[in-house]
Ligand binder design. Structure first.
Ligand SMILES: Cc1ncc(COP(=O)(O)O)c(C=O)c1O
Length: 387
């Protein structure tokens, strides 16, 4: 079968591939410790599941408007007004089958061949492929040499006449880094000057540590908000990765066009999942906060244990559920993160995600979306395997 050039060029998501490999090994009875998960290990809170069951019983099992129900859009607006102090209405919102789908719709709607879109490396694995599917070219800013900090000067240098967009992901998958308000201000100014659309992927908004407050570039000023699309969803905050509900907030004209695209592809995201997401967004947030707190405790353990492993170098993540240690100190033994990750799976039965998919062969992503016991046991195994 001839496969189109566009699809032939798309790599499978490396994070999902590793997770599948770990699942297969576990099914064979192998005692694998998985540090590869890109999702909370908690179950979806009971009241959210109950909302879905209620929706089923009430017969909310039909098509909804292609861009999502007005009720869920209102709930998203209310949360956004509260969290971002942004004045948004339902016309600013599209609900899709996950944040990834919203981002996909957005890139196909606003970028085209010849456009350049800036991504900050280490980047989430799906940014470059999605930009390429839209026919545009990803332009990479490397922050592995600046301790994952992003400076406005780096953005300035990356801009050409073709630059149409920049994707900001703070806190970041895979580094856990949060960008400061001062630097975001300078970056936003550069974007306004150069007519560059900002995509702010805020999916980890609620997973920040050490009492820090999350700050989105979209919240800087009405002018910046107008140039920004927020990508968000319920997956990470409410342990709802399988429900597939994400959303995009931004310019109404673009949202309308994205909705047309969605109406000719997936149509609406699942009606029952939309009802469950409404419960997630509008109910008491204490369960989400409890999960965040647990992640923070695990982050502390993981960082301190990683520091004990010779050859690894770790910058403490400000948020998310990932550490992204450097393996530079081991490069005399391994020619890159892929080889190292395979070594760990074969010799320590520990699964990590190699950094290549995030743009760095000198790092691995180690997820702490697993129990404290697993963290301690898994990192001990890595230490043993290396000595
Ligand atoms: C940075 C980032 N953006 C978006 C997504 C997509 O999330 P969703 O499950 O809502 O599609 C992920 C998931 O891993 C992510 O890490």
């Amino acid at each position: 079968m001839k496969i189109s050039k566009m699809v032939s060029d798309i790599p499978a998501s490396p994070t999902l591939s590793i997770t599948a490999k770990v699942g297969a090994l576990k099914a064979q009875g192998q005692d694998v410790i998985g540090f590869s998960a890109g999702e909370p290990d908690f179950d979806t809170p009971e009241h959210i599941k109950e909302a879905a069951i209620k929706a089923l019983r009430q017969g909310k099992t039909k098509y909804t408007p292609a861009g999502g129900t007005i009720e869920l859009k209102e709930a998203i607006c209310s949360r956004t007004r509260n969290d971002y102090k942004l004045d948004v209405g339902p016309d600013n919102v599209i609900i899709s089958c996950g944040a990834k789908h919203s981002l996909f719709n957005l890139c196909l709607t606003i970028f085209e061949p010849g456009d350049e879109v800036i991504c900050i490396c280490p980047y989430w694995v799906s940014y470059p492929p999605i930009i390429k599917i839209a026919g545009a070219t990803p332009v990479i800013i490397d922050t592995t040499t600046t301790d994952f900090r992003l400076y406005a000067d780096q953005v300035k240098e990356a801009i050409t006449k073709r630059t149409k967009g920049i994707i900001i992901n703070s806190p970041s998958n895979p580094t856990g880094m949060m960008y400061g308000k001062d630097e975001l201000e300078k970056i936003a100014e550069i974007c306004l000057e150069n007519d560059i659309t900002i995509i702010s992927d805020d999916i980890y908004q609620k997973l920040v540590f050490d009492g820090a407050s999350f700050f989105s570039i979209a919240a800087l000023s009405p002018e910046v908000a107008e140039k920004t699309f927020i990508i968000h969803g319920v997956s990470k905050t409410y342990a709802m990765t399988g429900w597939r509900i994400g959303y995009c907030i931004g310019n109404p004209e673009a949202i309308k066009a994205m909705t047309r695209l969605q109406s000719q592809s997936t149509s609406n995201p699942t009606s029952i999942a939309q009802e469950a997401s409404m419960a997630a967004l509008t109910s008491d947030q204490s369960l989400a906060e409890a999960m965040r707190k647990t992640f923070e405790g695990r982050r502390n353990i993981m960082v301190s244990k990683l520091k004990e492993i010779p050859g690894l170098d770790i910058i403490e993540p400000d948020g998310t559920f990932y550490c992204f240690p450097s393996i530079k100190g081991l490069m005399d033994r391994f020619d890159g993160a892929n080889t190292f990750a395979n070594f760990l799976l074969d010799n320590a039965l520990v699964a990590v995600v190699p950094g290549e998919g995030f743009g760095s062969k000198e790092h691995i992503r180690v997820s702490f979306a697993t129990s404290e016991d697993n963290i301690i046991k898994g990192l001990e195994r890595i230490k043993q395997a290396l000595t």
